[in-house]
Ligand binder design. Structure first.
Ligand SMILES: Nc1ncnc2c1ncn2[C@@H]1O[C@H](COP(=O)(O)OP(=O)(O)O)[C@@H](O)[C@H]1O
Ligand SMILES: [Mg+2]
Length: 311
């Protein structure tokens, strides 16, 4: 069946069923696109009634419920690309779905939050898990596939009950085949905070400060059914060291994806200071990052123009 060329030019903003109208900042983006003569459909990524061939371009936005079924999401990205352009592309989504991409960045000489990686295939017993935790200080347990701080907990290594809770948390994740990351809690996140740097077409756009998010051990009831943990954000002027590191990440990504022949439409680099105060990479968000347009005047318009140039 042939589709009329006018309809293949449509642009979809992909979201999840819990946010059928997108979140507020992305509504700002939608308005900026409309003002520039580009209408959009807001579409739920796993809605079985959608004919994706209708869309020439699909921009991933608030698809935050995919982490419980990453394979279904990856399949969806492939399906969209059979008939249209996905932003960011499926290949990039596939790489970025699992935080093991941090190992690639580390091998490329970039500083990441020091991490011990636990593989479910090793069938570690409680003792094997215990010996991989730090001997003192606070530490973090999180799965390699996650977003919005879900399934993530913070533990005090010197408190016996907390070590026991951390072992249970880790075992539960490994038991369902998930890969687990063990990190020291970098406590400057409590004072300096986390910095998210947003790049559009490989150019720095704006940065925000995110307050610390982890208060204690993982509690299943706390984030169950919750899309993301409440975040306290504010505009921030990125430091020179943060800009330098995030610029290096962006440059390195061009090398990770040479086939793309240019920068990604959007990149968000999240940094926290290590104990020496030097920024290290917490994560690089290339799938569905909040882009924090509400904290930087003109950023939604800038993004809209970069997107329109690609249509
Ligand atoms: N090693 C760490 N030290 C301090 N805080 C951390 C650490 N790892 C995670 N956090 C906190 O947990 C939040 C979520 O972790 P993150 O790695 O960004 O995963 P995601 O956002 O994908 O769920 C961070 O924003 C930060 O507040
Ligand atoms: Mg994060």
């Amino acid at each position: 069946m042939s589709t009329p060329s006018t309809s293949t030019a449509r642009l979809a903003l992909a979201t999840c069923s819990e946010l059928p109208e997108l979140d507020g900042p992305d509504q700002e983006l939608r308005a900026a696109l409309a003002e520039r003569g580009v209408p959009t459909d807001v579409v739920v990524w796993d809605d079985p009634t959608i004919d994706w061939a209708t869309y020439g371009h699909v921009l991933i936005r608030s698809t935050w419920d995919y982490t419980s079924r990453p394979q279904q999401f990856a399949d969806w990205t492939q399906r969209v690309e059979r008939t249209g352009v996905l932003l960011n592309p499926a290949q990039v989504v596939g790489w970025n779905l699992d935080k093991t991409y941090l190992r690639d960045l580390e091998q490329r000489g970039l500083p990441i939050v020091p991490t011990i990686w636990l593989d479910p295939e090793r069938h570690l017993d409680a003792r094997g898990i215990h010996t991989r935790f730090p001997a003192f200080g606070d530490f973090v347990i999180k799965p390699t596939v996650s977003a919005g701080s879900r399934d993530t907990g913070r533990y005090d290594a010197s408190v016996t009950q907390e070590r026991a809770l951390a072992i249970t948390h880790t075992k539960n994740l490994l038991g369902v085949g998930r890969h687990v990351m063990v990190q020291r809690y970098l406590s400057q996140v409590d004072t300096v905070g986390e910095t998210a740097l947003v790049y559009v077409d490989g150019q720095f756009s704006h940065a925000v400060r995110k307050g610390a998010l982890l208060e204690g051990p993982y509690r299943a009831d706390e984030t169950k059914g919750v899309l993301y943990r409440e975040e306290k954000m504010a505009f921030r002027e990125a430091s020179v060291a943060e800009r330098e590191l995030a610029d290096r990440v962006v440059a390195e990504l061009a090398d990770v994806f040479p086939e793309l022949g240019g920068p990604l439409l959007y990149t968000r680099v999240d940094l926290i200071p290590n104990d020496d105060g030097n920024p290290v990479i917490l994560e690089v968000e290339l799938i569905e990052p909040s882009l924090f347009f509400e904290h930087a005047a003109g950023s939604a318009e800038r993004f809209a123009e970069a997107l329109i140039a690609r249509l």
